[in-house]
Ligand binder design. Structure first.
Ligand code: SF4
Length: 63
């Protein structure tokens, strides 16, 4: 895997470490949040590491 195409360089990576397992982890914002159990709970964003990657990687903020 090309290290320049990992989550850490993706436009959809959100350094929202408060909701992540480790301080260097973040949230993937590619899709809307999922699994909202009831109207008072928050939806969930997938937690990813900076070294993760997927086929939706986007480096360009205008894309
Ligand atoms: S999972 Fe994919 S879309 Fe989400 S931040 Fe990582 S590379 Fe980007």
């Amino acid at each position: 895997m090309n290290k320049s195409a990992t989550c850490s360089a993706c436009v959809f990576f959100d350094e929202h470490s408060r909701n992540a397992a480790a301080p260097s982890d973040g949230l993937c914002r590619y899709n809307p949040p999922v699994s909202q159990p009831n109207e008072t709970s928050h939806g969930l964003w997938p937690v990813v590491t900076q070294a993760d990657w997927c086929g939706h990687f986007t480096a360009d903020r205008s894309a």
